[in-house]
Design a protein around this ligand. Structure first.
Ligand code: GLV
Length: 337
């Protein structure tokens, strides 16, 4: 490549550490700055690094808002390595002509597997059992050691019936013979409902009737504390709650109180308000399974997400075989002009 061609290459920032082979792919097209120490940059540090660059390869911990966009007027594309994009102000990006992409589909089945693992773990007291054993408290078999709740044949409730919600419903209905209820803004078409054996109900009915309630709604101002004290009060004392959506969908303080007072039986949480901090009330309880935001973290899926984010960035900045046609845009209206 001539020095002239080299000079024309767009500049991009990879905002957190990612697979080296994916960074190498980006280097084929761009001048790439990386965050090798994987620092959690402050907004000012992120703006300083992004200034003068055309592309940002972001992770859920990188906040892209109007102030940052105003500080980085040369930015043309923000490509998030996650399906969730509550870290990005998409409207502010669109207003400034900045394309935003996420990584749907490639993580659907892996995330649904993990959600189901959490449902099972909460219902059958899996981590509690392990702590009991490792703590040396298991001295003899007994008929009533750690009695839990059945998952098979129970009622599975799903709040947010997008791709991941449907994949969880499929596991529940086909694998565990569960009755599936869901609440979502829009109704699934009749064929999908009948294939999943799923019925759309009001949020109140979902809360009242679910044995195992799973949250898969995207986080937004509208879904902030979608599950708080009032909602928890409607749930059965024998119910479990699983959150693989985002911290903030659940009021963690209200959940800790409900679990402590056994107003619901158990919970399993992969995401938290203010993570990586976890509400101390949750950390003190046995009847909650806690995992560090890893629902999509199989090696194959994280690699697929990383490559999809790279495909998006390469295409969004007019490079590669899909130049100008990033596969998964969130503001595709910018591509039509
Ligand atoms: C992870 O949380 C994602 O949104 O992909």
């Amino acid at each position: 490549m001539s020095p002239e061609q080299q000079a024309k290459r767009p500049a991009v920032l990879v905002c957190r550490r990612v697979f080296p082979e994916v960074v190498e792919r980006l280097r084929e097209h761009f001048e790439v700055e990386t965050n090798d120490e994987d620092a959690d940059w402050s907004p000012a540090q992120l703006a300083a690094r992004l200034r003068g660059k055309q592309g940002a390869y972001t992770m859920p911990t990188n906040r892209i808002d109007a102030a940052l966009l105003d500080a980085c007027p040369e930015l043309r594309a923000v490509c998030n390595m996650a399906v969730g994009f509550n870290n990005i102000d998409v409207a502010a990006c669109t207003a400034r002509g900045v394309l935003v992409t996420n990584t749907p589909d490639v993580l659907t089945e892996t995330t649904a597997d993990f959600a189901f693992a959490l449902v099972l773990a909460a219902a059958r007291r899996l981590t509690e059992g392990e702590h009991y054993l490792r703590g040396g408290r298991w001295t003899s078999w007994s008929f009533d050691t750690l009695l839990g709740l059945d998952v098979h044949g129970a009622t599975l409730g799903i709040l947010g019936m997008g791709r991941i919600g449907q994949a969880i419903a499929r596991r529940g209905a086909l694998g565990f013979g569960m009755r599936v209820l869901y609440h979502n803004r829009s109704r699934l078409d009749a064929a999908t409902e009948s294939a999943l054996g799923a019925s759309r109900v009001s949020k109140e009915q979902l809360l009242r009737e679910s044995d195992h309630l799973v949250l898969v709604v995207p986080y937004s101002a509208e879904t902030h504390h979608a599950i708080g004290a009032a909602e928890l009060a409607l749930m059965k004392p024998s119910a479990t709650l699983t959150n693989v959506a985002r911290g903030g969908v659940v009021d963690d303080a209200a959940l800790a109180a409900a679990l402590r007072e056994r107003r619901i039986a158990a919970a399993a949480l992969d995401v938290f308000e203010g993570e990586p901090a976890v509400h101390p009330g949750l950390l003190a309880l046995d009847n909650v399974v806690l995992t560090p935001h890893i629902a999509s973290a199989s090696l194959r899926t994280r690699l697929a997400m990383a490559n999809l984010a790279a495909d998006n960035l390469i295409a969004a900045l007019g490079r590669g075989p899909q130049a100008g046609r990033p596969p998964t845009p969130l503001n595709p209206e910018l591509l039509r002009g």
